[in-house]
Design a binder for this molecule. Structure first.
Ligand SMILES: *Cc1c(COP(=O)(O)O)cnc(C)c1O
Length: 376
């Protein structure tokens, strides 16, 4: 019997040049959290983003969000507003600083932070003498959030924004690359992201001074003396030169990866359009999504589960949309401003296999399974 291979939600997809850069690290013995690949990878990202930002590559996206909070001076007891509909890594660094998260729900057009609720939340906190120290907004699944609206509110109340672009490298908002839309932006190169270094992240800074501070703090905050002198608490967050080599290779194929993921989205949308109860997330005017994951909103929890289980039966991985932070056991007791949007998405939504390395056979196999599930 022919055994079918497992189809993953989103798996690493190497381009070919990665190993050359890694070999170079070995050949030159730059096996350290510094070296030519680290500098080269940072340059590559800066070039991709239009050369007006300063990039520090770090050990993960989570570490990068943490570093942004540290640089903004977020500390014990401070409040930080965070999009509720996201992966927990957006919010965890708030806890590392012993600060307090305040969660804000999404609007239905992009599934990201609702500007309306954001302003309500800010006003409420200011009234209670708890002006938020930062806002963490997320381009979920690669779809840009409403950056103009969010930035306008942030500016009005003078609160810095941290742009969680972990899922959105290759996305654009009104012709500006995601990762350049805030004071600090964050990328992730985890194994499931649009490009990967096996694990890694980047902090994108609006000034060279911020970048230098980030690098200093991420390499144990060693002062400039012959012995080890420390006047600040440091972190071991720098990316290694071996890992950065993978990143350099991946940057060469980023545009191809975006094109392939967008093609997956088109394939699903085109071939499932007869199922009227399915909703796809469309790009508003001026929004360009990398379509990191293709998501479907079904009509009910039951329909979603039937589809997920049918796929699983055939060894095809799919996953419910992110469970909102305000519903998570670890965060449920924190203040949240909600409107039902993310709860509804969590109940009815499913992420379909979306890797840039899916074959036509894979896609047709997935389609066949979905077509067999009830379509009411
Ligand atoms: C992956 C991800 C992160 C964290 O990145 P890591 O590199 O895995 O630490 C943060 N936010 C979002 C939205 C993510 O998807």
């Amino acid at each position: 019997m022919l055994t079918k291979t497992k189809i993953y939600l989103s798996s690493p997809h190497m381009g070919g040049a990665e190993q050359g850069f890694v070999n170079e690290a070995f050949n030159t013995n730059w096996i350290a959290p510094l070296g030519p690949n680290v500098n080269g990878f940072e340059k590559d990202i800066e070039t991709y983003l239009g050369n007006h930002k300063h990039v520090a590559v770090l050990s993960s996206g989570t570490a990068s969000i943490h570093m942004a909070l540290v640089l903004l001076g977020v500390s014990k007891g401070d409040e930080v507003i965070c999009q509720s509909f996201t992966f927990s890594a957006s919010a965890n660094p708030i806890m590392y600083q012993a600060a307090t998260p305040v969660f804000v729900d999404s609007e239905p057009e992009t599934w990201n932070m609702s500007p309306e609720l954001l302003e309500i939340a800010i006003k409420d906190r200011i009234e209670k003498y708890k002006k938020p120290k930062a806002i963490i907004a997320v381009h979920l699944y690669g779809m840009p959030y409403k950056a103009a609206e969010i930035n306008l509110i942030a500016k009005k109340y003078d609160i810095p924004v941290i742009e969680d672009s972990a899922e959105a490298l290759g996305s654009y908002y009104k012709n500006k690359p995601c990762g350049t839309l805030a004071e600090f932006s964050v990328l992730s190169f985890n194994g499931n992201k649009i490009i990967t270094t096996s694990g890694g992240g980047a902090l994108i800074c609006s000034s060279l001074q911020y970048k230098n501070q980030a690098v200093h703090l991420s390499t144990q905050a060693r002062d400039n003396t012959p012995h080890y002198e420390h006047s600040k608490v440091g972190y071991n967050y720098r990316m290694s030169n071996v890992v950065a080599g993978i990143g350099r290779g991946q940057m060469e194929v980023l545009d191809k990866r975006v094109a392939a993921r967008r093609k997956n989205f088109q394939f699903y949308k085109e071939n499932l359009k007869h199922i009227e109860s399915f909703e796809f997330l469309e790009e508003p005017d001026g929004f360009f999504s990398n379509r990191w994951l293709t998501c479907i909103k079904t009509s009910s929890y039951e329909q979603r589960e039937q589809m997920r289980l049918a796929l699983l039966e055939d060894d095809i991985e799919s996953r419910p949309l992110w469970k909102p932070m305000h519903m998570q056991p670890v965060f449920k007791d924190y203040l949240h401003f909600t409107n039902g949007v993310s709860e509804d998405l969590f109940k009815k939504g499913l992420c379909l296999p979306s890797g840039s390395n899916l074959t036509n056979n894979d896609l047709n196999r997935i389609l066949e399974k979905i077509s067999q599930t009830p379509q009411s």
